[in-house]
Ligand binder design. Structure first.
Ligand code: A4P
Ligand code: MG
Length: 422
């Protein structure tokens, strides 16, 4: 069946205009099952990414009518690139000709095979003005099949986001970044949401079931001058994790940062009276399984898109050991999360940074009401002689996500006031 596919053309080496014109002729001649039906004007653009000092690009978009399947079309495009002397060296490096498939009808393709990977819609399409501006000339009303938004809308959103990133200044260093923080209606999650909003990030607040609490935090974020949306999902349900990842990715056409903070409360919530085995099951479902599922799903999306940052929530004493049933339970749950984080960092490098925060004694709901014995112990074990606060964790999260931690990945960062055993 014939479809309309949209292609991106780019060149920044040699006679760029002649190359684009010749590439379009080669496309029409390559296969009778490809007809070029519309072409944008040429756009001269500054290089995005890649080594410094490379020349400006000439970019364009074309619509083709084709009966080829998506992989066959990709093969034709790669043959043409080769014929134009394209040599693949460094990432985002200079090229005589780059031909990408942006859209293929309303199909979503995720074919992963070494040397023959094909992702359609193109995973970076929504982020790049050098693609969206020519595409909007010939396909303004075409709807992106994942984001369900028109190309004109994606262009307007991308312009706004990039303008905000350009304006990012020291006190607002996360301007234009889109962040999901799970479990952010209270405690450490809420503190991180507010801290990142204060730094200029747009924040998706997530809660388990209280729409009112999620809405309250959403308003608090919005009051800090950023966009904020609240989503509810019970992460004990596997299907709900996938749905949350999908929904969060849709809100602003992608995310830049995910903080997988949600953890089950087995100390003060309804589960406080459950048996050891029931608590273990709950921690497995929420702290481990949901964290792994969300981070794998959103991590792959960030990786395909080409950049991003993931933060998980570990626990300082998983490494040193803590007496009692709660120590054993959290050791299992948070030890697993920290170990998983390191493997995910290795998997998603070099595009996505992945780190764990490992808080020690932080005064959240349980700390507020804990007995005198625990109050004394928390202060005694910390070299700094006090409980940590949720904001102590949030300010480290802000640094870790921000530009000053650009070389930090695969780390477990302990935030424990210098805690020692004793
Ligand atoms: N691949 C996966 N999906 C697709 C798709 N939808 N279309 C695979 C085409 N190819 C797709 O591509 C690497 C692999 O991506 C291919 O083997 C294919 O199987 P590549 O062209 O060999 O390498 P690349 O150029 O590093 O990747 P890509 O995706 O073409 O790069 P980008 O993201 O397009 O960025 N700045 C300006 N101003 N203008 C530009 O045109 N282009 C880039 C390249 C960077 N900066 C730029 C421009
Ligand atoms: Mg390409």
């Amino acid at each position: 069946m014939a479809v309309i596919a949209y292609l991106a053309l780019g060149s920044n080496v040699g006679d760029r205009a002649a190359t684009l014109a010749a590439a379009l002729r080669a496309l029409a001649d390559a296969d009778e099952r490809i007809q070029v039906v519309r072409v944008s004007t040429w756009h001269e653009t500054d290089p995005v990414g890649g080594p410094a000092g490379q020349g400006k690009y000439l970019n364009a978009a074309a619509a083709v009518h084709t009966t080829l399947d998506p992989l066959a079309l990709l093969a034709r495009l790669q043959e043409i690139e080769q014929a134009f002397g394209r040599v693949r060296t460094v990432r985002d490096g200079p090229r005589t000709l780059d031909l990408d498939i942006l859209l293929f009808g309303d199909q979503i393709v995720a074919h992963r095979e070494p040397g023959r990977t094909l992702l359609v819609p193109h995973p970076r399409l929504q982020e790049r003005l050098f693609v969206l501006e020519p595409l909007a000339e010939i396909a303004a009303d075409v709807v992106h099949p994942i984001f369900q938004a028109t190309i004109a809308t994606l262009l307007a959103e991308a312009r706004q986001r990039l303008a905000r990133r350009r304006e990012a200044c020291p006190g607002r260093e996360l301007s234009g970044q889109r962040v999901l923080i799970t479990g952010s209606t209270s405690g450490i999650g809420r503190a991180i949401a507010l801290e990142l909003a204060a730094a200029g990030a747009d924040v998706i607040v997530h809660g388990r079931r209280s729409a009112a609490r999620a809405e309250e935090v959403r308003r608090e974020c919005q009051a800090l001058g950023v966009r904020s949306v609240a989503l509810l999902a019970d992460l004990r349900q596997e299907a709900a994790c996938a749905a949350l990842a999908h929904q969060a990715w849709q809100v602003w056409q992608g995310l830049d940062v995910v903080v997988a903070n949600a953890g089950a409360d087995t100390l003060t919530g309804e589960a406080a009276d459950w048996s050891f085995a029931e608590k273990l099951q709950l921690l497995w479902e929420v702290d481990i399984r949901a964290t792994v599922a969300l981070c794998r799903d959103l991590g792959q999306r960030l990786y395909d898109r080409g950049d991003g940052c993931l933060v998980t929530m570990g626990w300082d004493q998983a490494a040193t050991g803590m007496d009692g049933a709660s120590g054993q339970l959290f050791a299992v749950a948070k030890g697993a999360v920290m170990a998983f984080t390191l493997s995910l960092a290795a998997t998603l490098a070099p595009h996505v940074r992945v780190n764990a925060l490992a808080p020690g004694w932080i005064k959240t709901a349980w700390g507020e009401t804990a007995s005198a014995v625990w109050q004394e112990r928390a202060c005694r074990e910390a070299l700094l002689g006090r409980w940590g606060t949720p904001r102590d964790v949030a300010t480290v999260a802000r640094w870790l996500i921000g530009p000053n931690a650009a070389f930090v990945t695969g780390q477990v960062i302990r935030i424990n006031g210098g805690a020692v055993r004793g």
